[in-house]
Design a protein around this ligand. Structure first.
Ligand code: ATP
Length: 450
């Protein structure tokens, strides 16, 4: 089902995924704080990206460049000149709008007349060092990509990588967006996961298609419904100043189809600009052909926050449950903030030592929550709502036969397994083994849903 944004925002706040920044002071718009569950979700997204894009590939290395860079970087890259959006101001209520978000030169809020658009640079400016003067002005990076380009020669010299290869980076970026809203879709401070993939110029087309496919498959592998993804090719008027070709991977967000990730063929624009402005040779020597040239670059550029929003929207579901509604997040186990809940059937003292032992063993292997407050049914629902894939229940019979129940979030089916087999079984189920496959001594179970 498609959840509306208000419902999702409310769940995220209520359950500790995402809070408004500086909330107790009235909030800071388009800045968000990730709470105890949100931080786990976000870390998992980044971890999976790093696993799939860097660790498991031979043709990728990582980087962590600084947020603050020499001002010349942004002059060479064209950001000082061109990283701007057209801004229009309402003559009646003085709200400012991005021209793309308005129709017929009228204020979307009060219908007032808008001024002519003027270009507004989206980079945040601050001062470097103790003197607040223009000569000390510096920018917070609006993308992580430039940190990669200016380190291209360092990486080539030290990593012994040959073309084609990529440099990947995850980090914060800042954009003084004109129009914000739609929860974490458009923030002024956000995180990016970017790859600059360097290739021989005559292979750029093939690699572009490869990354378009690869990146869509990554979202699908982690649970996004294929039907909710589509490609959008940028027309001439939409292309950024550096791009030869650009596609967006759009996702069907609650407010409609919008960009989730951008894939651009940047040609040799960035390396050529930095070579020219820095005076350093950034060409690549190809040992196979004996030629020296500037590689072309294919850039898959994704936002962590937008990905988090897409994963949450896609996972949200509601089902009738007796006289109530069961709300659940069908998050992929790799992304779920909590993997396993350990739930003693009741707070009866005799159950506590065994439940605590099970908790101690399980938490060593997986992010785990222990919960003994309220009825078992209520506790299952609480875990469903935060997307916990598996719950382990310890009951009175467990004390006799050293067996516990594993209950699956999506199907609500249960199996009974010996404690000795528990962590191994949980690991297999979290990696996709069907619940019905039983470990030695395991059996199906008609358990307690409360
Ligand atoms: P938009 O058109 O939505 O402003 P963009 O085309 O400027 O996005 P890119 O520069 O291609 O975005 O950035 C790459 C990715 O970074 C986007 O696909 C998105 O996932 C993420 N991103 C960009 N701007 C923001 C933002 N203000 N808040 C959250 N994520 C963002």
């Amino acid at each position: 089902m498609k959840v509306d944004m208000d419902k999702l925002v409310s769940l995220c706040k209520r359950r500790g995924f995402i809070f408004q920044s500086s909330e107790i002071y009235g909030g800071l718009s388009a800045c968000w704080d990730y709470g105890p569950l949100g931080v786990e979700l976000k870390r998992n997204i980044k971890e999976m990206w790093w696993r799939d894009m860097v660790r498991e590939r031979d043709d990728m290395v990582g980087l962590d460049s600084s947020v603050l860079m020499h001002r010349a970087v942004w002059s060479a890259s064209g950001h000082e000149e061109g990283f701007s959006d057209p801004l229009m101001e309402c003559k009646a209520c003085h709200q400012r709008w991005r021209a793309d978000d308005t129709k017929d030169s009228r204020c979307p809020d009060c219908g007032g007349e808008l001024t002519e658009p003027r270009m507004f640079n989206l980079m945040f400016k601050t001062f470097f060092g103790p003197v607040e003067e223009e000569a000390a002005a510096i920018y917070l990076r609006p993308e992580t990509a430039q940190g990669i380009f200016v380190n291209f020669a360092n990486v080539v010299d030290t990593s012994r990588k040959k073309l084609p290869f990529g440099i990947a980076q995850i980090g914060k970026a800042f954009r003084n967006e004109i129009t914000t809203g739609n929860f974490i879709f458009r923030c002024r401070e956000f995180e990016m996961m970017e790859i600059e993939f360097f290739v021989k110029p005559d292979t750029a087309g093939e690699w572009f298609s490869y990354w378009l496919e690869e990146r869509q498959n990554w979202y699908i592998k982690l649970g996004i419904n294929k039907e909710n993804l589509r490609l959008h090719q940028h027309g001439e008027d939409e292309l950024a100043h550096y791009a030869r070709v650009c596609y967006d991977i759009d996702y069907l967000f609650p407010m409609g189809w919008s960009e989730l990730e951008g894939i651009a063929d940047r040609g040799d624009f960035d390396l050529a600009q930095h070579a020219k402005h820095s005076g350093k040779d950034l060409s690549y020597f190809d040992p196979d052909s004996g030629e020296r040239f500037l590689p072309y670059v294919i850039e898959p550029s994704a936002g962590v926050d937008r990905a988090a929003l897409a994963f949450l929207v896609d996972a949200y579901d509601e089902e009738p449950d007796k006289n109530e509604i069961r709300v659940l997040l069908r998050l992929h186990p790799d992304l779920a903030p909590v993997k396993v809940a350990v739930l003693p059937l009741s707070r009866n003292e005799s159950l506590v030592p065994m439940a605590r032992d099970v908790y101690a063993a399980v938490r060593k292997c997986f992010t785990t929550q222990y919960d003994d407050a309220q009825s078992i049914g209520r506790r299952y629902r609480r875990q469903d709502e935060i997307g916990t894939p598996l719950a382990v229940t310890i009951d009175f019979q467990s004390l006799e036969d050293s067996q516990v129940t594993i209950r699956e979030r999506d199907s609500m089916k249960q199996i009974r397994v010996p404690v000795a087999e528990l962590t191994r079984t949980l690991e297999l189920k979290l990696s996709g083994e069907p619940l019905e496959v039983l470990p030695p001594g395991g059996k199906y179970w008609l358990g307690f849903e409360g």
